[in-house]
Design a protein around this ligand. Sequence first.
Ligand code: SF4
Length: 327
Amino acid sequence: MINFDYIRMQSVKSTVKALAKFTDAKMIAGGSNLIDLMKRNVTAPTKLIDINLLPLKYIEQSKEGLRIGALALNSQAADHEIVKNKFPLLAMAINAGASPQLRNMASFGGNMMQRTRCTYFYDTSMPCNKREPNSGCGALNGINRMHAIFGANDNCIAVNPSDMNVALIALDAQVVLLNAKKERKMAFADFHKLAEDTPNLDNHLQSNEMIVEILIPENNFSKNSYYVKVRDRNSYAFALVSVAAGLELEGKTIKNARLAMGGVAHKPWRLYDAENYLQGKEINTETFKEAAKIAMKGAKGYGHNDFKLDLAPASILEALMKAAHLS
Ligand code: SF4
């Protein structure tokens, strides 16, 4: 770890000013990923901007939906009455992630920004295009059982590790970003990116911007939501595959469906084609199996992770069956 400066901000305004001035600064809130990255020399910011005192810990209902400040804690949201009652998919996904101690430290903004858990990324003796552009990808011909089956290329086959992100993309969340001059709002689905030619970048946040809040619009999925997470052990493990499913039903007919996966792509992976197929269909095993088949179009394994090609559709089926209360 190298020496770094540390400053504690008192306001959002002073934070975005500092971000504009110090281009290689990193913001720190819970630090549950950043400190690991710094200890292992994966990242070496010369300045840390502590944002824990900013008034962004709120979780509140508004006309537009649920507003969650970037510093709201994951545990705070998962225990919040509005989240549990109206957005249970989010509570389920958060509670599937990490450990209680980490959820007590991890903020929404930090969880959105957490970096891949690819072991080659954390091992500075190995090539990794994400850590060091143009150095190669250790995982491509290495141990890649945790890696992507959708949207990857040979530059990087890492996956986004967050459970929370899978629920947020399924729920059509939006993100409010701010720099010293202006605010912008973007669909959560557009926040993270595929590796493409710039695997060193995980998302579209600019270096002079901060995440201010996440907005989740009202929905009718609360009675029929489910989050499936398949992992190597039952707690404190990242997803091999996860699925967020939400159904809006009229009797047995699907009026609207939401499906997203985690552990399968460089970004949380929304299954739009499968959602479109489900709309207007009756809930039953055959319909859900067909949706899973559609969802898997374009999937590709890299050797050690070939098992995900079977695990993913089975997990989609399980999530849909549980969301529809058919199993
Ligand atoms: Fe690095 Fe991505 Fe390859 Fe992992 S998969 S070694 S993060 S380039």
